[in-house]
Design a protein around this ligand. Structure first.
Ligand SMILES: *Cc1c(COP(=O)(O)O)cnc(C)c1O
Length: 372
């Protein structure tokens, strides 16, 4: 299939651009999925056709992310914010929880968890306005925490853990919970360091409506009595994510994205390894340009800059509107920064090709010239 000519490049932080091949395949299958005479939207979630779609999606994701057998993959609803409550309902056992606060999302997670037990902020970069990451050796981890939560990529502030902490080496027995909403499938995950990972699909996997949870089996079965059955990981796992009707169409779209990811190659690398190389090249292209320019500025410490979400500022803030209007006219969409940070933000998820980042850099260079 050939992509439509001159589709603009969409830098939205989420819901975000999807691979054009995935959208085209969904369009082609919209009225009749593989001779069934039904759209995927019209199928029973318990029927053979949808079950095969769902099983393939789970299998492909497990293969792509190299999820070990002792982890369960759950397809849920409610997004990352619902998981901020669902995780403590399932894992806190009413006890203590440690939070690493590195930006808006981990802050929100900590606030929500307060409803379910004692929370402790083990480390924070708030004093640095969320532009650094506290070194794991400095974290004040509790002896009795049921889990340690961190957001492995802070979508709004643009800080990303380049490596997950080894909690055992830091003297903690607690499992690590990561919110990987905005960089899932952009790089490999070291599952030996993770107890549970969750993420909304709408940044890097598919449309909104699907929430991915990957959880180590021994963490199932400890939900608080008040936990709704539909949000009890054990119940969801026992019913293969079909305790209630799952977000069928979003699962189908994510499944198409997983197949697309499996087809991607970059030199000898395939799948997630290929995406990681491309994502490094894309991020370097933009960061190098920003760092070398007189007009643009990124405030995040170099060793924790996100490959996915790149906030940047004009040294002359009064030009923001002109920058954004010109970008839109040049086919570069949704570059406005989050309101809490201001400026601009370019999100470079898997579906953004290098050519899109090059187009952005070309526009930024031209805009800078007009400011001289
Ligand atoms: C977008 C995002 C969320 C929120 O997800 P919702 O689906 O809106 O609940 C949570 N965490 C991170 C890191 C995000 O980027």
């Amino acid at each position: 299939m050939t992509p439509p000519a001159a589709r603009p490049y969409n830098f939205s932080a989420g819901p975000a651009a999807m691979p054009v091949e995935v959208l085209q395949q969904a369009a082609a299958e919209m009225l009749d999925w593989q001779g069934t005479g039904m759209s995927v939207m019209e199928m029973s979630h318990r029927g053979k056709a949808f079950m095969s779609i769902c099983e393939a999606a789970e299998r492909d994701l497990r293969e792509l992310l190299e999820v070990p057998e002792h982890f369960r993959i759950l397809f849920m609803q409610g997004g990352g914010l619902a998981e901020n409550a669902i995780v403590p309902m399932n894992l806190s056992r009413g006890g203590a929880m440690d939070f690493i606060v590195t930006g808006s999302w981990s802050q929100k997670s900590a606030q929500e968890a307060r409803k379910f037990g004692q929370i402790r902020i083990a480390a924070s970069n708030e004093a640095e306005h969320h532009t650094t990451l506290p070194a794991p050796a400095t974290w004040q981890l509790s002896d009795n925490a049921q889990y340690v939560h961190l957001c492995s990529n802070e979508t709004i502030h643009g800080v990303e853990f380049q490596e997950l902490p080894d909690l055992a080496a830091l003297g903690s027995r607690a499992p690590l919970v990561i919110d990987f909403s905005s960089h899932v499938a952009s790089r490999p995950v070291d599952w030996s360091r993770v107890g549970l990972a969750f993420g909304g699909a709408q940044k890097n996997l598919g449309p909104a409506g699907l929430t991915l949870v990957v959880v180590r089996e021994d963490l199932l079965g400890h939900a608080l009595p008040l936990c709704p059955s539909a949000f009890n990981y054990q119940t969801v796992a026992d019913n293969a994510s079909m305790y209630n009707t799952p977000p069928t169409y979003a699962i189908y779209m994510a499944g198409l994205t997983f197949q697309w990811l499996k087809r991607q190659t970059q030199g000898p690398a395939t799948g997630i390894a290929a995406m990681e190389q491309r994502n490094i090249a894309k991020a370097n292209l933009l960061y190098d340009f920003i760092d070398g320019s007189q007009l643009y500025l990124n405030k995040v410490a170099r060793d924790c800059r996100s490959r996915m979400n790149i906030p940047f500022f004009l040294r002359e803030e009064s030009r923001n509107e002109a920058f954004l209007t010109g970008a839109q006219a040049a086919g570069l969409l949704q570059l406005k920064g989050h309101k809490s940070v201001g400026g601009m933000r370019a999100s470079l998820y898997n579906a953004m090709p290098l050519a899109g980042v090059q187009a952005l850099v070309d526009y930024m260079r031209d805009f800078e010239k007009t400011q001289a």
